[in-house]
Design a binder for this molecule. Sequence first.
Ligand code: B12
Length: 232
Amino acid sequence: MDDLQQEILNKVPLTADYLVGFADMHDLLKPHFNYRYAVVIGKKMESEVMDSIESGPNIAYYNLYKNVNDELNERVKNITSVFVHRGIQSQGIPATVDDANLDEEYLKTLRLKYSHKMAATRSGIGWIGKTDLLISHKYGPRIRLASLLTNYPFSEIGVPIDESHCGTCQICVDQCPAHAANGTLWNVSIDRNDFYDPFKCRSMCRELSMRIIQKEISLCGICVSVCPIGKK
Ligand code: B12
């Protein structure tokens, strides 16, 4: 591991349930980003809160979601400052985008130009599950993600994961209140929309958030909560 990688790790308290991956994205970020490498950070979501949302979002989950986003965005800022200090170009990608900054194209496709989950599979942190979540080896889907892009060639890069490790497990598919997934196992050549319907998922997330916590937001988390990987 080179000393820039070590300095990045020093900015992220790994003891406090963080994961860090280094990914070679090759041409995957083109044409929107002129970068080749991604640093992806995962922050584990508190177990007690995640266990409490098996049947829908609650205020504790809403607060945790906001706090973890803020924490991740702060870490990305700290890591960006390491690059600035060394005169190396980089671009931070926050955990989430405010609804006000989402455009027409997004509402038609529910796709952003950058996927944290793709960087996470490229870094070897995990694979994509049957309801399109990133399933980390260590904490299952109970993590939120943020990233930083650069052309700095890190000396140690993660080994990409190209296939699902979910096997015959169907729990998230069966428990999804939107019936958004059809049970197909993911691999890198399958498009998201062929195994999971983001529109069904989003409309159920919004309905549950409005009904249970009276917030106009796309929160649900049932698929995250029920996954056996990452549960204590
Ligand atoms: C748009 C969006 C949504 C939409 C659409 C969701 C979707 N799955 O696409 C809606 C509003 C429905 C939604 C809902 C939720 N979301 Co959301 N969402 C996003 C957002 C902002 C962009 C995702 C996007 O553009 N997807 C486009 C598709 C094409 O990419 P993808 O699904 O990310 O991943 C595909 C590719 O990357 C591909 N892939 C992976 N590796 C590789 C490698 C190669 C070589 C190739 C070719 C492809 C490939 O595999 C995936 C499937 O095709 C991300 C943040 C971000 N910028 O990444 C959060 C994010 C995906 N959401 C997240 C979460 C937690 C949720 C919710 C649980 C809500 C909640 N907090 O309660 C639900 C659950 C949804 C679910 N089961 O997937 C987390 C996921 C964490 C995790 N462990 O997986 C993210 C990463 C936010 C974060 N900062 O952590 N979300």
